[in-house]
Design a protein around this ligand. Structure first.
Ligand code: C5P
Length: 222
């Protein structure tokens, strides 16, 4: 059968990247983590001491920066920033704190979106982000909106942070996610939003396998 283009959007911590990666692996598709691309840019800004509010400097930085995604053996993404592997470093709380603002710079988005579209051109892709179904790949065969309650998303993010060696209080993680939601829902054409054609999946209280089966069911029917 024809290889599908699948968009997966949703708020931070809803389980999108976990699900997208598994679904891509099951289908033999390429998984593309677009958030990781913006995180790499945010990391570079941090390193250069460029403020997340300095649009001009950020745009100039983007023009001389190379962000590349590579497929890892387990079907995930390795993130290369100017050739350096920054896959682990881009998950730091410092990056999470500024990435939404950095990713709002139109010049940076234009550069990343061009690459994202190129990666989806021949189909067989599961792309995870915020504006994939609405803006990056409006013609996607399937558009999922993956969500979960704020409390559950904060709990999951805290576990993930711990596994990566970062300690954080639940209340603090919840506040950080709520702030990012707010910013992510107010980015004009690139806002996180549920589309009329979105298949909404609430992962609150569900096992990963259960949700994977649900998503694969939709893929089979498409
Ligand atoms: O998915 P993740 O939480 O790693 O994304 C980090 C941030 O990058 C998001 O909070 C959002 O502000 C931004 N982003 C975006 N558009 C995308 C993917 C991520 O603006 N397609």
């Amino acid at each position: 059968p024809r290889e599908l283009v699948i968009a997966m959007d949703g708020p931070a911590g809803a389980g999108k990247s976990t699900l997208a990666k598994i679904v891509a692996r099951r289908l033999g598709y390429l998984y593309v983590d677009t958030g990781a691309m913006y995180r790499a840019l945010a990391l570079k800004a941090l390193r250069l001491g460029i403020a997340e509010t300095d649009r001009e400097a950020l745009a100039a930085m983007g023009a001389t920066t190379e962000v590349r995604l590579e497929r890892t053996a387990d079907g995930g993404n390795r993130v290369l920033l100017d050739g350096e592997d920054v896959t682990a470093e881009i998950r730091s709380p410092a990056v999470s704190a500024i990435v939404s603002r950095v990713s709002a710079v139109p010049e940076l988005r234009a550069l990343m979106i061009e690459q994202q579209r190129a990666m989806a051109r021949s189909g067989g892709v599961v792309m995870d982000g915020r504006d994939i179904g609405s803006y990056v790949l409006p013609d996607a065969d399937l558009k999922f909106f993956i969500t979960a309650s704020l409390q559950e998303r904060a709990r999951r993010r805290q576990l993930q942070l711990r596994a990566e060696g970062h300690q954080a209080e639940l209340g603090q993680v919840e506040a950080e996610i709520a702030r990012r939601d707010e910013q992510d829902m107010n980015k004009g054409a690139h806002s996180l939003m549920q589309l009329p054609e979105s298949i909404v999946i609430d992962t609150t209280g569900k096992e990963i396998e259960e949700v994977v089966a649900e998503i694969l069911g939709h893929c089979r029917r498409a």
